[in-house]
Each structure stands twice: as C-alpha cells, then as structure tokens.
Design a protein around this ligand. Structure first.
Ligand SMILES: [Zn+2]
Length: 247
C-alpha cells in the first residue's frame, strides 16, 4: 500500500475550439494503455504537465482537450516551483534545515562531502558533482530512516525485510506484502518529523494493508507528530521534487 501525492487533473472534455497558447509547449503528451480517458497531470519534478492520452484517442482530440483546459494549465504552471540544481552557492534544505552547497575544486580522483550545520561542503575534481551529492544524500537518509523503520517495526512485532530508496514522483513511500519498504529519497530534504511519519506510515502497513481506522490509529501511535507531517507534506511536498533538477 502507498499514499499518493498526486493532484487531481480535470477529466471532462469540452467541445473543440480554435485556440492555442504558448503554455501548451510545457505539455508532454504520453500515450497510456492503462488510461481510460484524457487527463492532465502536474509533474513538479520536470516542471511541466503531462497530457495522458488513452491509446485509442487521437492526438488531435488530445490537444483539443488541452486547449479546452488552458485556464487550469496556466494556473498550475504559474504555481510550479522552479528546479534547483545541485550547484555551488545554491541553498538546499537537508533534514529541513537550509544548507549552502559549497563546491571546492580539488585535484585527485576522489570527491569528499561533509555536512555541517549550515553547509554541504563538496571537495571534488569533477565539473559536475551532482551524482556524488545525490548518492551522499541517499546515505544520509538511509542512516536516519533505517533505524527508525527497524525500531518501529519491532515495537509492533514485525520486521522490515528490505528498505529501498527511489526517485518516485507520485508517492513518498510504499510497503510490499513481503515486508519490503520503499521511500522516496527526496524525503532527505524534509524535517525529521516528516521522515519519521512516512516511515511510521509504511511500517503500519506491515500490520494493516489498508487505510482503515485501525491503520490510522497505529500510524498515529508510531509517528512523532502525524498531523504536523501530513500538513507539512501537503504544503511543501511539491518543492521536494525540484531539488537536484537542472532547469
Ligand atoms: Zn498508505
């Protein structure tokens, strides 16, 4: 089971009109076998909107649908946060605290990264160290999330089989029937209470594979502050998807 962070796109189709707009350039048409109807889906990580088209629907009809929803598209594009790459001088939050990325060029072949209270210091011979930074952030999240997951699971008599991190866009975490937990690596940018909640949520699924009242009660019990975390994700969730992305 997982919890989704996707916003609802409009799904109705209006009669065709002769209209066009430059904001349609930010639209990506994606053919989908699973889709039953035309839909627009916001992708904050890519800074665009996806036009989901069922295989049997014509492209012409799809673009007409997009034109009919121009107001919605324009509003959503205006609200999309801008991508923030991992570059020297850029500020990113780590565990919710702003840190300045400081890239120090060095000779040799090894990149070393240190986290201080207000900076991420990267000594590197590489022109682009973003892959190293991403790998480092994965390990930071792992070091926080793995003990949290193990402790919470133990407290309810369950065991985490495997903990994985992925670059997911539509969900913050998931839990498989085999006890495998998955977390979005971008949670490393969120405050610890938020990471704690997402871990608690997935661990609670080890016992209840649904979103029943019993599940929510256990999730609340396992979380440090569930209400704070849920609200935080609702307000700031999209922003987490923009870090480490080149404009
Ligand atoms: Zn869930």
């Amino acid at each position: 089971m997982f919890f989704s962070r996707q916003t609802q796109p409009p799904v109705s189709s209006a009669p065709p009109q002769a209209a066009s707009s430059s904001c349609l350039e930010n639209l990506r048409l994606v053919r989908s076998k699973a889709a039953r109807r035309l839909a627009l889906r916001v992708d904050p990580a890519r800074g665009d909107i996806c036009l989901v088209v069922p295989v049997r629907t014509s492209e012409k009809k799809a673009w007409q649908f997009a034109e009919d929803n121009l107001d919605w598209i324009e509003q959503r594009l205006a609200r999309l946060p801008k991508p923030i790459p991992f570059e020297d001088g850029v500020i990113i939050p780590i565990f919710g605290k702003p840190r300045l990325i400081s890239i120090v060029p060095c000779s040799g072949r090894v990149t070393t990264i240190d986290l201080t209270s207000d900076a991420l210091v990267v000594q590197t011979p590489r022109a682009d160290a973003s892959t190293n930074i991403k790998r480092y952030l994965y390990s930071l999240l792992h070091d926080v999330a793995a003990p949290l997951a193990a402790t919470k699971a133990r407290s309810i008599g369950r065991r985490v089989n495997k903990l994985q991190f992925r670059d997911t866009r539509a969900r913050w975490g998931s839990c498989g029937v085999d006890g495998d937990l998955m977390l979005c690596w971008r949670l490393v940018f969120a405050p610890i209470e938020v990471i704690d909640y997402v871990v608690a949520h997935e661990v609670a699924h080890l016992k209840h594979m649904d979103h029943s009242p019993r599940f929510w009660s256990l999730c609340d019990q396992l979380s440090e502050d569930m209400n704070f975390a849920c609200n935080w994700l609702k307000i700031n969730g999209d922003k987490l998807l923009t870090y480490g992305i080149r404009p």
